[in-house]
Write a protein of this length. Structure first.
Length: 119
């Protein structure tokens, strides 16, 4: 399984970005998916998660109301719409996949895409 994240870039505070993650293989619709980020000098943190059906979604408190996670199973694609970006959103964003039985953590990871928000 390979995950390819893209869409990062350098933006100003208040701008928007949309991240994409394309997952290889036929099992995408069975995977729980997530976006994580890691800021310089900080531990990696979960930003948003979505279950295989798209019906269960969770967000970190710091991004609630600004970020939207979604998935397009027909295109093996995970999305993260990021609005009203803040300087503290800066970091490397990773997509991750959790396969059934969803009890072993996220087994597969993308390579990361850099998001830099300037003031």
């Amino acid at each position: 399984v390979q995950l390819q994240a893209s869409g990062g870039g350098l933006v100003q505070a208040g701008d928007s970005l949309r991240l994409s993650c394309v997952v290889s293989g036929r099992s995408f619709s069975r995977y729980g998916m997530a976006w994580f980020r890691q800021a310089p000098g900080k531990e990696r943190e979960a930003v948003a998660t979505i279950d295989w059906s798209g019906s269960s979604i969770m967000y970190a408190d710091s991004v609630k109301g600004r970020f939207t996670i979604s998935r397009v199973n027909a295109k093996n694609t995970l999305l993260l719409q990021m609005n009203s970006l803040k300087v503290e959103d800066t970091g490397v964003y990773y997509c991750a996949a959790d396969e059934p039985p969803y009890s072993r953590g996220y087994e597969y990871w993308g390579q990361g895409t850099q998001v830099t928000v300037s003031s």
